[in-house]
Design a protein around this ligand. Structure first.
Ligand code: CNA
Length: 292
């Protein structure tokens, strides 16, 4: 870890690729699939009432066409605005601000990395499994902004296209659907990368998982995760580094070793106060209508 930190600090690594999964958002309060599978998790318990044959059915396109209700129960929970980014998301933004991020590849659909949230610009981010920010009618293919669906999703209804009455599906990639074109940026990014950071993922979902093997064999790969996963468990390379345990603690250690702690704290504080300012402005705006 110290060597990795030194390489970043001394700017020997200037094309860092980050691969992330649900584990970076559990500290923000969003359960990952593992937690979802275990009874006792709020999300899992919520989904029980929908009688899913198995947890992953919620992301199967065939199941969705038969019964979209469980997916929209999850969508209501995960819709942008319900959760806040944590230190791991801001670390990626800081890496970008330092000019050392080549790209972040995330499997997450919570949007916490995004420009409007943790501040990773769109061109730096590949949301490999899609996003709630846009949506498409499953019948006439009309495009929608995610915000247009918010009232229906939040009221627990299945959003319908006003034109054809088809179900409008957020642009989340379901099992059995094509990955977004942006995913294929990996073809040029990974051979260029000089460091790969993998965090908060079980590396079980393909084709995303295989990207971990797409960097050159001389390139160091750093895993920050609760457990050993993918090639870190079965195909270690000489330059691989693993930091096992809580992801926030692991990233914090890296940030401390980099000497970036103050900058990261400032970035997070600014992010939080921006949100407070927005909500204060909103409160002021709303108070003007208090006579209603
Ligand atoms: P996963 O299969 O649930 O694996 C998560 C990994 O993160 C596991 O190895 C955990 O041990 C590890 N982990 C969880 N919390 C922590 C923590 N605090 N510190 C360290 N390690 C931790 O999730 P993947 O992302 O690998 O699987 C891909 C699926 C999950 C994608 O298709 C996602 O769309 C889907 N998913 C996304 C979200 C989200 O957007 N936040 C939530 C749940 C599921």
């Amino acid at each position: 870890m110290q060597d990795v930190a030194e390489n970043i600090r001394e700017r020997r690594c200037k094309r860092v690729v980050v691969m992330a999964g649900a584990g970076i958002s559990t500290p923000s309060g969003i359960p990952d699939f593992r937690t979802c599978r275990s009874p006792g998790s709020g999300l899992y318990d919520n989904l029980q009432q929908y009688d899913l044959p198995y947890a992953e059915a919620i992301f199967e396109i065939g199941f969705f066409h038969r019964n979209p209700n469980p997916f929209f129960a999850l969508a209501k929970e995960l819709y942008p605005g319900n959760y806040q980014p944590n230190l791991t998301h801001y670390f990626v933004r800081l890496l970008h601000q330092k000019g050392q991020l080549l790209r972040m590849y995330t499997q997450n659909i919570d949007g916490l990395e995004r420009h409007q949230v943790a501040g990773v610009p769109p061109e730096m981010l590949v949301e490999a499994h899609g996003t709630f920010a846009t949506a498409t009618c499953t019948s006439c293919l009309r495009k929608y902004d995610g915000e247009e669906l918010r009232p229906e999703v939040m009221s627990g209804a299945v959003p319908r296209c006003p034109t054809c009455k088809g179900v409008v599906k957020p642009d989340i990639v379901f099992f059995g659907e094509e990955l977004p074109l942006s995913f294929f940026k990996y073809l040029t990014d990974f051979p260029l990368a000089d460091l790969l950071i993998v965090m908060g993922t079980s590396l079980e979902v393909e084709p995303f998982a295989s990207l971990a093997g797409a960097v050159r064999s001389s390139v160091p790969r750093l895993l920050i995760n609760r457990d050993l996963v993918g090639p870190f468990a079965w195909g270690r390379r000489p330059h691989d580094v693993t930091q096992l345990g809580d992801v926030v603690t692991g990233v914090k250690e890296l940030v401390d070793a980099l000497g970036w702690t103050q900058e990261l704290d400032a970035l997070m504080a600014a992010g939080n106060s921006e949100k407070c300012l927005i909500s204060e402005n909103f409160k002021t705006y709303i108070s003007k209508f208090s006579w209603i």
